[in-house]
Design a protein around this ligand. Structure first.
Ligand code: UDP
Length: 372
């Protein structure tokens, strides 16, 4: 056989594994059905601005080993994610913090904010939150739930909040400090020059074949390598034999505008139910210096993000973590474990709502086991 490893998918999981395997002296082939590497972290230069083609990606981690790992392949800027929520023209700071509480209720001190949340929690009478709605109300009270959570979440997931798992909202911090940093992470930033370059650096010296659809020529490709690292959708691998796993998909309407500054921030979330998009990303604000003298970029690029139910032919983005899909995934996982030659990894291979750092940690751990 020509290769030790065939890696299906040139996204983060595949690229990290390829880099580790190559470094360990293995013969590696990476394939991807798209015409570019980097999976959904792909960024494309449009008029001097790195556009996050498959949605905003902000790197953040508490894992020092992951931070040190990625810094070998990119230099990270000091971008801090501070999205603004727009509820029918009222602007609020995210994540939920003293600025949010002050704007919502006029409270000034942490004790006042806490008392207000406690009062609303009591009124709701929730002791043991069983779903996202109950979890959200017991975290921040009814006002914030109704203005900043309910509409956004129901647009994003296409399901009522009382039918969604509580853990989704636990991603969002609640703070009694004046801190608009969205993530509770030790390290945060965006690779200077874009994610594509970072992934290309990981893949340096690795053979990559683009526009190569694994499942269409599986037998021929399998014959090339001893082992396969598969990062595509696990249900597609098995021909959807146990039924399709559900995903949320996202559609982006990207526009180049002839003005230097559209919204003054990288992300503005539209948290009401009526606005059809969930958020607008203005890509230039992920980078620094784009508005500084001598370095101004006169235009700007924005993407409106629309969430939709995935159907065959769409790009799968978010696994739907409800009971039905969780069970179905467990059945696929049992099948996957029987494929002795194949390792399933990453967001699609493990049907998991993964952050980038967790994907990288998981690929590094798998590589350590696999290559030892
Ligand atoms: N969320 C919300 N309002 C917001 C932003 C997020 O209610 O303005 C909730 C929503 O349920 C969402 C979850 O928080 O699914 C996680 O949001 P996050 O921004 O972490 O999602 P991602 O960046 O992965 O799309």
């Amino acid at each position: 056989m020509k290769y030790d490893y065939l890696i299906v998918g040139a996204g983060l999981y595949g690229a990290v594994f390829a880099q580790q395997a190559k470094q360990a002296g293995k013969r590696v082939l990476v394939i991807d059905k798209r015409s570019h590497a980097a999976g959904n972290v792909y960024t494309k230069n449009v008029e001097g601005i790195q556009v996050h083609q498959y949605g905003a990606h902000i790197f953040h981690t508490n894992l020092t080993r992951v931070w040190e790992y990625v810094n070998q392949f990119a230099c990270f800027n000091r971008f801090t994610n501070s999205p603004v929520a727009n509820y029918k023209g009222e602007l609020y700071s995210l994540p939920f913090n003293m600025y949010t509480f002050n704007k919502m209720w006029g409270v000034v001190t942490p004790a006042q904010a806490e008392a207000r949340i406690e009062e609303q929690r009591k009124a709701a009478g929730i002791t043991n939150p069983r779903n996202l709605e109950e979890q959200a109300i017991s975290l921040v009270g009814i006002d914030i739930y109704e203005k900043l959570i309910k509409g956004y979440t129901e647009k994003q997931w296409g399901r009522p909040c009382d039918q969604l798992p509580a853990f989704i909202i636990k991603r969002l911090p609640v703070r009694l400090t004046f801190d608009n940093n969205y993530f509770n992470a030790l390290y945060q930033g965006i690779p200077v020059g874009g994610y594509t370059r970072m992934v290309e650096n990981m893949l340096e010296g690795v053979e990559v074949r683009l526009e190569t659809d694994y499942l269409k020529q599986k037998d021929a490709l399998d014959a090339l390598a001893e082992r396969v690292i598969y990062t595509g959708p696990v249900d597609a691998y098995f021909g959807y034999s146990l039924g399709a796993l559900e995903y949320r998909s996202v559609r982006f309407e990207t526009e180049v505008l002839d003005q230097p500054n559209f919204q003054g921030n990288a992300a503005v979330n539209y948290t009401d139910a009526e606005t059809p998009w969930t958020r607008i990303i203005e890509h230039k604000w992920f980078e620094f210096g784009k508005d500084q003298e001598g370095n101004e970029i006169p235009g700007t690029v924005i993407s409106r993000e629309y969430s939709s139910e995935w159907k065959p032919g769409d790009e799968p983005y978010y696994p739907v973590n409800d009971e039905k899909n969780g069970k179905r995934y467990q059945e696929y996982k049992a099948l996957a474990e029987r494929e002795k030659k194949v390792v399933f990894g990453g967001r699609l291979g493990e049907y998991k709502y993964y952050d980038m750092d967790a994907v990288i940690a998981s690929a590094l751990d798998m590589a350590a086991r696999e290559l030892s």
